[in-house]
Design a protein. Sequence first.
Lengths: 389, 296
Amino acid sequence: MNIHEYQAKELLKSYGVPVPVGGVAYSDQQAAQVAEEIGGNKWVVKAQIHAGGRGKAGGVKVVGSIEEVQKTADAMIGTHLVTHQTGPEGSIVQRVWIEQASEIKKEFYLGFVIDRGSQRITIIASGEGGMDIEEVAKQAPEKIVKEVIDPAIGLLDFQCRKVATAIGLKGNLMPQAVKLMKAVYRCMRDKDALQAEINPLAIVGNGADKLMVLDAKFSFDDNALYRQKAITEMRDLAEEDPKEVEASGHGLNYIALDGNIGCIVNGAGLAMASLDAITLHGGRPANFLDVGGGASPEKVTNACRIVLEDPNVKCILVNIFAGINRCDWIAKGLIQACNSLQIKVPLIVRLAGTNVEEGRKILAESGLSFITAENLDDAAAKAVATVRG
Amino acid sequence: MSVFVSKNSRVIFQGFTGEHATFHAEDAMKIGTNVVGGVTPGKGGTTHLGLPVFDTVAEAVAATGADVSAVFVPPPFSADALMEAIDAGIKVAVTIADGVPVHDMIRLQRFRTGKDTIIVGPNTPGIITPGECKVGIMPAHIYKKGNVGIVSRSGTLNYEATEQMAALGLGISTSVGIGGDPINGTDFTTVLRAFEADPETEIVVMIGEIGGPQEVAAARWAKENMKKPVVGFVAGISAPTGRRMGHAGAIISNEDDTAGAKMDAMEALGLYVARNPAHIGQTVLRAMKENGIAIK
């Protein structure tokens, strides 16, 4: 689960991490009011969507008057912001964050990730702030610093000093950096975050140098939301694909793709492999859909309905290798789906595993015209042939 | 011999009296698994399926000599149950649960440092040595005894590969599912090492997915340390970047994470690579013929 920048900043602030003075606004009048309240003579208006790349797409503007804050907020709110991460349709901006503009002297990158190699939380930092860390990793990997954190001991001061020194945070900035890193680590651990990315972390101020978080991105572990009530309340369903949200409500894992062969498979690995088999036969899958274990007739019907809501779908490939599942349940579910949804597109069905004979018999005796397949290759070939006509 | 579990394993179920544990304990016993009891806190002293129930793993181990645990405990409590198994001296613990918080796994992996318990999972179908011992939820009837070791992230793709091999007359020595999560208790390399040491295994199939570095790390280990041939496949050539494809661990975050990049690396490291998920069985057969390995 991801959250907005303003939520990330509020969360970090609650851990004592310095963030700019700011506030969120849902309308242009409210934006003007927020700017008035926070004071100053220069503000940043930032469109709040989950996708990155907002700056280049016009979603971040620095303005010098309250009128301009209002005008900019008005122009942003309600529009679809298209960035390199949103896809061509963009994401609708429903709120903006307004903060006092900072005098930026230098920018840094500071990320906390779960490193799959060491199986521990790891700091990734770089003196090249504001840039994509992936770009830095490609062009100048020597500029990236990594520090692995022992979960039993936690992040130690000396580790923070190592990172700070390596990216060039010296003098009075070093103790600030230590405090900030330890706070972000505590926040990540307490809140079951999978990633905390601060980009940029900046040295700001006219007088004494001060470290400040100018942008922050968090993602959280969906599997831990049961114990993270406050985080769960930050979820913004408008940022998620409504079909994926609906599917997950039915215990289905659905991801829309851009092809025309609908897919209903059990198990994530076999689902991926089924898409691969279609692709290798020259076809294009319309979706990924994992029905999971214990697929009841209702679940199968819901799966068919969700797949068929995509108007591009010309046929559906059903590939079930039943372990905990049972082929007879799946067969009954398919018949129920055909009858209740009046499915017009061809269904290619491959059943294997537990109760496969019963399942095949139920399909054969249904009087409905399923295209049955012997194995994965056969199923993919038949699905692609069906679409080609 | 076999890998991790055999007819000599003494198996307990944690969360024994639950619906799924009951079903799979009965199924495991049908193929000859030596189930010796189970643990359900609060139900110690009762019996279930004719076997003793204990309050703690330590009691179960003391009374039954159990050395393998099938952990059928819901995700929020899985890590605790696994650490209890480690503490009690269990040799192999398999956790089926899908949805264990990642931070719990980070703590668990730290807890087991220096201890020799093998943790398999989470989010796995488990381990099966055909005809001897099943610790998991896979359909036992598709696994025939043979000399191919199989290790995979995905359950259903493991079944798929097993069926393709069975159709060609190839059987399995042991099947290990390491699970689809970003942090696995046991990685591919550990399982390859076990297969290399197992006299009943003559060839190994490794089935990976997009996301993370461990398929390539295991292939590198195999090149440097294994005499037995390894066949590789990686699912997800058609997966878009940045999307979790069902499994929490199956996400492309950089160029090295793609299925294509992993299979290229495997091939460069000398593995036999099935580029098509429908060709896993025939690729194993080809590798066996080229290496003079008899079909069993």
